[in-house]
Structures are given as structure tokens and as C-alpha cells.
Design a protein around this ligand. Structure first.
Ligand SMILES: [Fe+2]
Ligand SMILES: [Fe+2]
Length: 247
């Protein structure tokens, strides 16, 4: 039994015009490459966590072919909410879990067991600018109104993350793997409410996505930091190969 994770499939089988070619060379034929990698790697008894930005579809109808694709991947599939997942009303996660019962699992305000571990998570949030730069590209300031708004969204996401941890803890779990769609910190931060919560609950790993392209891959923490292991798993960073997080 193994635990795998990857994010940002950005599928568009149901709305092909919008996204064709939009994401650049790393996304060329990525649906086929990713599926072939999964078929080689992931066994039926394994768990595959998809860390948000599943579909460009704007509603359930446009997303339906993307869900079909995901359902046909091997293993148990657990989905996290990304910023592009318009089909996922944050208040209706339980409804999605009913609708896809036995096929897909949706992670928000809840948790999923993986052996002795609880898989917990939420979309997360971090301030991504606008930043103001000087002539040499150094940050001299940022949009403070946008930053204040980002802090409110992050606070709500931290409540959801705590609900996820607490649900697992109430059921006796003491070991956690934590998933976020957004990176846990932005380019200005060394830590955040998300890193502090990971440390508070003793999460072994934090796995996140959302960062696309070589200019963004190293926006946040990777590797060991204060006893927690951080991994970026956006699909283009992983070149469509899921990360094996646990055996
Ligand atoms: Fe994305
Ligand atoms: Fe994203």
C-alpha cells in the first residue's frame, strides 16, 4: 500500500476551447502522460491524493468528462479543493461526497485514514501580490488592501484545516499528513498560520501544489523545516509523475 500525491491536472475534456495551449509546453498531452504514469505506478490498493485545480469546467456538466477521467485512474482518489475548482462550493463538500460515494473522496472539514495516518487538508490561501518592485526587481511594497483581504480568506481556511485535524484527532489519530492547494507561505514569509498549524499538530508532511512554471516552483518551502517535510506536487513541477509520500 502506498500514498501518492499530485496536483493541478487542470483537465478540460468538457470545455476544450478555453484551455487549449494555454498552459505551455509542460502541459502538452499531459492527460495521456499522467494517466500512463498512474497506470504504471499506482495499484488498486493505493491512495492517490489530487491536490486541487482538477478541472477548467465552470459547472458539473462541463466537469463531468474530467471526473470520468479521474475515476478511471487506479487506486482510491482523494480530491482537495483548488482555486480553479468552480464546481466545488465550499459549503457543499458533503453533497459531493454523497454524489460520488464509492468513486471519489472530497477532502474538506473531514479527513481520510491511511493506515495509522490521517490525511487532512484544505485549499489554504496565501497573498500573491500585487507586489511593487524597484528597477532591480526587488520588492519595495505591496497592495495592502489585497493583503488584508488575503488574510481574511487564510483565516477561514485555517478554521477548515483545524476542523479537519480535530475530526481526525477525535477518532484517535495522532499522525497526520497535511494537504494544501496553495503553498503554505508566500515569497515574503518564512512561516505562516499553515506552517504553525502543521507544527502544532505534529504533521509529518505538508504537501501542496498551485505553483506553476520555473519562476514559481520555489516560492515556498521545500524539504525539512521545523520537523515537517514540505513537498510541492504541482503536475508540471512533477512532470506528471505522482510523488510517493508514504509506503
Ligand atoms: Fe493550478
Ligand atoms: Fe491553483
Amino acid at each position: 500500500m502506498s500514498l501518492y500525491a499530485i496536483g493541478d491536472l487542470h483537465l478540460h475534456f468538457g470545455c476544450p476551447l478555453k484551455a487549449r495551449g494555454q498552459m505551455g509546453q509542460a502541459w502538452r498531452d499531459h492527460e495521456r502522460i499522467f494517466r500512463e504514469n498512474c497506470l504504471r505506478l499506482v495499484r488498486p490498493e493505493d491512495t492517490l491524493v489530487l491536490v486541487g485545480d482538477h478541472s477548467w469546467g465552470r459547472n458539473m456538466d462541463e466537469c463531468a468528462p474530467d471526473f470520468d477521467y479521474i475515476q478511471r485512474l487506479p487506486g482510491r482518489k482523494i480530491l482537495l479543493r483548488g482555486n480553479h475548482d468552480m464546481f466545488w462550493d465550499a459549503k457543499k463538500t458533503a453533497r459531493l461526497n454523497e454524489q460520488f460515494s464509492g468513486k471519489l473522496c472530497f477532502l474538506q472539514n473531514n479527513y481520510y485514514a491511511y493506515g495509522d495516518y490521517a490525511l487532512v487538508g484544505t485549499k489554504g490561501f496565501t497573498f500573491e501580490g500585487p507586489f511593487y518592485l524597484d528597477g532591480k526587481g526587488r520588492i519595495t511594497g505591496w497592495d495592502e488592501e489585497a493583503q488584508a483581504h488575503a488574510e481574511k480568506i487564510a483565516a477561514r481556511e485555517l478554521e477548515r484545516l483545524r476542523a479537519s485535524f480535530e475530526a481526525a484527532r477525535a477518532d484517535g489519530f495522532r499522525q497526520f499528513i497535511m494537504f494544501l492547494h496553495y503553498p503554505p507561505t508566500n515569497i515574503l514569509e518564512r512561516d505562516s498560520g499553515f506552517t504553525r498549524m502543521a507544527e502544532e499538530y505534529g504533521a509529518r508532511q505538508v504537501i501542496y501544489a498551485h505553483c506553476h512554471g520555473p519562476q514559481r516552483f520555489f516560492d515556498s518551502i521545500q524539504g525539512a523545516y521545523n520537523g515537517v517535510r514540505y513537498s510541492l506536487v504541482s503536475g508540471d513541477f512533477r512532470r506528471w509523475m505522482p510523488l510517493k509520500a508514504l509506503d
